[in-house]
Write a protein that binds this ligand. Structure first.
Ligand code: HEC
Length: 126
């Protein structure tokens, strides 16, 4: 099929080209991305690595991040619930370290994580 360029179409095309050429060239556009929320907050605590291994298979870290600053006991219960109610394959030996990390990072122990990280680096300098 042969296309016929009508004057109506040609005018439209010309207008489009003018629009393109006339557009201010490469306006600086800054895009600030929201903070990464899907990943667990890195830490030097052993529970961080264990949580990466045991807590990210079924849901994102947003589930941890959106909790209010709950107690260590609550996090211990939460880890148990993930295992016994939802069937997470968490070795018993890893459970308390994970609760330590969760509580220090997202729970009532918030800030202890940074303090731990500092003392760990301070220790390493000796
Ligand atoms: C076997 C899959 C699985 C694994 C592994 C898992 N979870 Fe969950 N988690 C769930 C399910 C299912 C829910 C409930 C989802 C819902 O209600 O929408 C949930 C919900 C949560 C919540 C939201 C509060 C609640 O109780 O509903 C938190 C916090 C949480 N998980 C933390 C953890 C932590 C910490 C770990 C690692 C120890 C973990 N999860 C590992 C399946 C899992």
């Amino acid at each position: 099929m042969k296309m016929q360029i009508t004057s109506f179409m040609a005018n439209g095309l010309a207008a489009m080209l003018v629009g393109l050429v006339g557009a201010p060239a490469a306006q600086a556009l800054e895009i600030t991305l929201p903070q990464e929320t899907a990943a667990l907050k890195p830490s030097t605590m052993p529970g961080y690595q264990l949580a990466l291994r045991n807590c990210t298979a079924c849901h994102s870290a947003q589930y941890m991040q959106t909790q209010p600053p709950l107690s260590h006991a609550w996090w211990e219960g939460e880890v148990k619930k993930m295992k016994h109610v939802y069937g997470a394959l968490i070795p018993d030996a890893d459970m308390s370290a994970i609760a330590d990390y969760m509580s220090a990072t997202y729970g009532s122990g918030k800030g202890a994580d940074e303090a731990n990280a500092k003392s760990a680096t301070a220790g390493a300098k000796k």
